[in-house]
Write a protein that binds this ligand. Sequence first.
Ligand SMILES: *Cc1c(COP(=O)(O)O)cnc(C)c1O
Length: 392
Amino acid sequence: MTNSIKTYLKHTAKDFHNQSVNPPVVRASTIIFKSLQDIKRTQNKYLKNPVSGNFDYGRQGTSTTYALQQILRKLEECYKVYLTPTGFGAVFLSVMSVIEPEDEILVTDSVYSPTRLLTETYLKKFNVKALFYNPSDFNDLKSKITKKTKLIFVENPGSNTFEFQDLSKIIKIAKKNKIFTAIDNTWGTPYLLKPIKLGFDMSIVSATKYYSGHSDVMGGSLAISKRVFKLVETTNKISGLRLGPDDAYLILRGIRTLDVRLDKHQENALKVANYLSKQKKVIKVFYPYKKGSINFKLWKKYYSGASGLLGFKIRSKNKNSVLKFVNSLKLFGYGFSWGGFESLALYQSHEALGKRQFTHLNKDEHVIRMHIGLEDPNDIISDIKQALKFIK
Ligand SMILES: *Cc1c(COP(=O)(O)O)cnc(C)c1O
């Protein structure tokens, strides 16, 4: 009998504890061995099986981080998972693992802004050139592939504007041209989309968001296929990136309810998106809420569900009244990150979106991002309703 992932998430990590339900927090720098031969034996076991927990030093992790690695490996259905102290650490690890001087990399134009900074600016130091492709136009991506292209970096859906891409097409063209592929899967997590199974070489999730789910810890994961194992293993070793056991414990605690929370985030977000779609001042809703809505087909083709993060576009000549709308929300917090149990809202400035090549916003158009939390959806909608009145 094979249990579903919903059951697995609750019953896993049994190998790591004695009688307590949860694995203990094991903190270690030095790992003590019985003899010098024993050190060698453990190292050889790890070399033979790099997904085993035969660690010889605390930088590789402890039994607590290993428990989380094992759960994520099963959830991702991948070869190996690396844990990083933040989600961005996992982005950094993925890119740095594969690039070499003279390379070009293709990056989706609607990528998370720190990823843009890394690829567009920082990589110049290594003589690596980033080209940004239009996430809504596969031919644009295709036309930018050259003999030098080493990596295609996808984020699905795109940050703030939520474009969904035809992932299999990207994988196919990358394989044909021997290009590595990476995807930032923070929005959906492997609960809703399994990128490595689909054919991506690397998949990033910010554990800060839905894995933890409680806005009290940061972390990241990089899931990989066997094809990039040697490259990532080496870069991980010299990067010094390591998730601490206390943080790993909190993420383990959060992940038990990943499915329950995501199901509810979706249920609530769907109600909010439907409500927003009926408001005159809202001209676009960036969420796959019904057949025929923006990107619905491409979402449906790959995802088993949707999460709680959405965007929408408002038309108003009066920017201050839009800001007043956001500022008048009573149940929403204003702040970065998302994926916790609580609702959040942000105004996406024209300046920030203006760094992109393919996002065109008129002066009277405004993009709002909302994370729909686990509150009663009727209360969330009432709150939005009272605030919408301020838009002129
Ligand atoms: C938040 C986020 C990250 C970075 O994660 P941190 O844990 O905050 O470092 C990367 N990608 C996406 C899409 C994100 O939303």
